[in-house]
Design a protein around this ligand. Structure first.
Ligand code: DNO
Length: 399
């Protein structure tokens, strides 16, 4: 019998309209959260961690994964003060370990976290999905942000499509597009202005992909040994979408990138958050194959599906119904669990969460963080849970 994956849901803290009581009712055992109110770079004090943990435990749940301890921009650009920021990062990890929280997700995306152009894309059946519409991103880049040199990144046909797209937008729709693209970190309501964003871009003028990788390696070589000592598994979240945007490099996009990441600092503590939604937005990524080859480094799973369009656009589809074959993905996850079991590894019950969900029915009554309504995620949770149990049941019967 293969152990079940550890079912979790993300919770954004006390301001999240989806309460811990609601999460408890979904049947998950784990909560994925962060101290979102602490500014990026500051140490998370142990008493604050313990207080949040007790709140979660009072609902019969466990704080399984921290998503995320964000990496300060000075670390990504190798700016002055990065060593102090790395020191703070390690102190936060030390405090998390003292509270017994041992899985920490982070990402290395410059300036912006995940990026979409539409947060309320209606599908024919009335549900709302998140969408990345490439002509909208190009229009923003060329005509609203007016990034110098941006036109070199796009073909004449892409530029024409972007112009046409923009011409069809009202002033208000243009403002919505700006706010959507420039939304800051998850779990905050922060949105950059164009002027602020331009200042951030300027800081990256000498940071190309190679330099960013160097800065990631610098970070890992300091943080991973500490994590290993503390018994913490670090797991990087891939870039979403998995390609350079707005002139900013992105370096955690492909299998090759992930292999390089592991090679930068080989250690069981240097792992991956395998996000099928982020990685799946690039049709060239072979997700089941990546799990087969990189599986031993996966400490956390985000299962989500996207539907691609031919022009590089995508929207977030139902969990089992999109461009990614979730059955093949889950089969590889189960095979990885089997390998871990055979090797006697303690981490067979990999934490998993249904990532994002569409807005369905009464989800529209709540002002939830984009992608984090309850019914949509609950549907994904139920489908994925059934898929996992079905595959494991089949394995038992053919044995
Ligand atoms: C989106 C999430 C990401 C993720 C961070 C991880 O909903 O998957 O925002 O939390 O990028 O650091």
């Amino acid at each position: 019998m293969i152990q079940a994956l550890e079912q979790t849901l993300r919770w954004f803290g006390p301001s999240d309209p989806v309460t811990l009581a609601a999460i408890r009712q979904t049947g998950v055992t784990g909560v994925v959260t962060a101290l979102h109110h602490i500014p990026c770079g500051e140490v998370w004090p142990l008493p604050a961690i313990r207080a949040r943990q007790q709140e979660i435990e009072a609902h019969g749940l466990t704080w399984s994964v921290v998503e995320s301890v964000n990496v300060h921009e000075s670390i990504k650009i190798a700016g002055p003060g990065r060593d102090a920021m790395i020191g703070n990062y390690i102190e936060t990890l030390t405090n998390l370990a003292a509270a017994g929280i041992k899985t920490v997700c982070y990402n290395f995306m410059p300036v912006l976290d995940w990026t979409r152009t539409h947060l309320d894309y209606r599908l024919p059946n009335g549900v709302s999905a998140l969408r990345f519409h490439r002509p909208a991103l190009v229009a923003f880049d060329l005509y609203l942000l007016q990034r110098p040199g941006a036109s070199a990144d796009f073909t004449p046909a892409e530029q024409a499509a972007a112009r046409q797209y923009l011409d069809g937008l009202s002033e208000e729709e243009q403002q919505t597009l700006v706010r959507t693209i420039l939304a800051g970190l998850p779990g905050t309501d922060e949105v950059f202005t164009i002027a602020e964003f331009k200042e951030h871009l300027a800081r990256y003028k000498d940071v190309d992909a190679a330099k960013l990788k160097e800065n990631l390696a610098y970070f890992l070589r300091r943080v991973i040994p500490a994590a290993e000592r503390l018994g913490i598994n670090m797991c990087i979240h891939p870039d979403d979408p998995p390609f350079a945007i707005l002139g900013l490099p992105r370096i955690v996009c492909t299998e090759q990138d992930l292999q390089e990441l592991i090679a930068m600092c080989p250690s069981p503590a240097n792992g991956i958050t395998f996000c099928t939604g982020s990685l799946g937005a690039n049709p060239a990524n072979d997700l089941p194959g990546m799990i087969a080859r990189l599986g031993s480094h996966i400490h956390f799973l985000h299962l989500r599906n996207v539907q691609h369009d031919a022009d590089g656009s995508f929207y977030e589809a139902e969990h089992l119904n999109g461009s990614t074959d979730m059955v093949k993905v889950m089969k590889q996850v189960v095979l990885e669990q089997l390998r871990r079991q055979q090797q006697g590894r303690a981490d067979v019950a990999i934490p998993v969460r249904p990532d994002h969900g569409q807005k369905i029915w009464t989800d529209f009554d709540f002002n939830t963080y984009p992608g984090y309504s309850l019914i949509g995620r609950l549907k994904g949770l139920a489908e994925l849970n059934g898929l996992e149990k079905g595959i494991k049941g089949m394995l038992e019967t053919v044995k």
